[in-house]
Structure formats: C-alpha cells, structure tokens
Design a binder for this molecule. Structure first.
Ligand code: AP5
Length: 216
C-alpha cells in the first residue's frame, strides 16, 4: 500500500504512522525524521535545513522533493509518507515522479484537528533520540518517567516544540500546507478524513478501519 498522511503539526501523524506500519508492514518515510537524521549526521542537507527547522519554517521545496523521491525509490513495496508533501509544489513534484515510475498513491489519510489542542500536544511531547519513539507527558506516558520503553535511555524534547515555534509552525501550516488536501481532492484521489481530535486509540481504530475497508 502507498499512503500519504496529512495533518497539522501535532495531529498525530508520527504516532499513527507507527501503528499503520506495525499492522501493514510498509516503510515509514517521515520527512521530519529524515531531516533530523541529516542534521545529526551534519550532512550538507542537514546544515541547509537547520535554520528553517529551528524557526518552524518549511525547508525549500527542491531540497525536500529530491530527498523524498530518493527515499521512495528505496521502498518499492509500499510506504506511508509522513509530513510530505507539505506544499502544492511538493505534491506536483511527487506526482510527476510517481507518474514516471508508473505508480500511484492508494489513499490520503487526512488527520483533522483544530488548533486548540495542538499546543498542549507539542509542548508535552517527548521523543527518544535513539529509536524515534514518541511519547507525551500526559497522553502517552512512558513506563518509567523520562525513559524510553525500548531501553534506549533518556527522552528529550524537540527544539521546535517551544510555544513560539509551535505557533509559527501552525501559521506555516495554514498558509502553505492546508491547501495540499484541496490539491488532491481536485485530482480525484481517495481521501480518508479522520477526526483526530479524540483519544489516540480511537484515532487508530478509525484509521485502521478505513484502511481495512479500502483493502477490501
Ligand atoms: P515534522 O517532524 O514533520 O513535524 P510536524 O509535521 O510539525 O509534525 P510533528 O512531527 O511535530 O507532529 P505529528 O503530527 O507527527 O504528531 P505526533 O504523532 O508526534 O517537521 C519538522 C520540521 O521539518 C518542519 O517544521 C519543517 O521545518 C521541516 N520539514 C519536514 N517536512 C517538510 C516538508 N515536507 N517540507 C518542508 N519542510 C519540512 O504527536 C504529537 C504529540 O501529541 C505526541 O506527544 C503524541 O503522543 C501526542 N498525541 C498524538 N495523537 C494524540 C491524540 N489523538 N490525543 C492526544 N495526544 C496525542
């Protein structure tokens, strides 16, 4: 299966992608995770992306499109795209590459959440810098306070999860990313709208239920 997961920052894209991948076994291609790995490796791409990410702005389209098309080529049997495409230009770049390869996206999962709960979700998020597991200080607690359940060590807070940067990321989402849903609607793609303003397990049940129905 080839899926795109759309939604504002903090919608639960990473959280739900992990559960989708656990069930269906495709690759999880997160543009944010790939960029953070590039930064950790101090690559040229990571250095170029740093200032954009720290301020909550989008990394330029040409860098992102090349990076994600390369990742897609390494996952021929299926994937869920998390955080990409994030502009209509990125959507067009993705579609052109898929068309060239004779492939298509099966469905777009659209996580819908109003702005109000986002700040609490983001400022309470804790992540494992080793395995990438995502927790929340209230909504999804690790078994031992501040420690990854997989035994990797201490959890950390992302630098872009401060209230100021979260506000800017939300503004960026409304100005540049929200239009991506309309772009895919206009192209006639299958869009699965999900109420993601509910308990994490309920969101998962809704997502997996719709994906099961899609698979027949
Ligand atoms: P990225 O890492 O993609 O950040 P994001 O899209 O802003 O999304 P997040 O990862 O912050 O949130 P999420 O939706 O995955 O939520 P999560 O599951 O963690 O991008 C970071 C930066 O990289 C961007 O700002 C940009 O600079 C750059 N970038 C990335 N892709 C790019 C692109 N395509 N183009 C240009 N630039 C790009 O959940 C959040 C928290 O909420 C967790 O603590 C979780 O436990 C909790 N939670 C989840 N679901 C629920 C629920 N239903 N109820 C209560 N709590 C919940």
């Amino acid at each position: 299966m080839k899926l795109i997961l759309l939604g504002p920052p903090g919608a639960g894209k990473g959280t739900q992608c992990k559960r989708i991948v656990d069930k269906y076994g495709m690759g999880h291609l997160s543009s944010g995770d790939i960029l953070r790995a590039e930064r950790k490796a101090n690559s040229e791409l990571g250095q170029k992306a740093q200032s954009y990410m720290d301020s909550g702005a989008l990394v330029p389209d040409d860098l992102i499109i090349d990076m994600m098309i390369a990742a897609i080529k390494k996952a021929p049997s299926g994937y869920v795209l998390d955080g990409f495409p994030r502009t209509v230009v990125q959507g067009e770049g993705l579609d052109a590459a898929l068309e060239k390869a004779g492939e298509k996206i099966d469905a777009i999962v659209n996580l819908q959440v109003p702005d109000e709960p986002i700040m609490d979700r983001m400022t309470g998020r804790r992540s494992c810098p080793e395995c990438g597991a995502v927790y929340h200080v209230v909504n999804l607690k690790p078994k031992a306070d501040g420690q990854c359940d997989a035994g990797c060590g201490a959890l950390t807070q992302r630098k872009d999860d401060t209230p100021e940067v979260v506000s800017y990321r939300l503004k960026t989402y409304h100005e540049q990313t929200a239009a991506v849903v309309g772009y895919y609607q206009g192209k006639g793609n299958t869009i699965l709208d999900i109420d993601a303003n509910q308990d994490i397990d309920k969101v998962t049940a809704s997502v997996l239920g719709k994906l099961d129905a899609l698979n027949g």
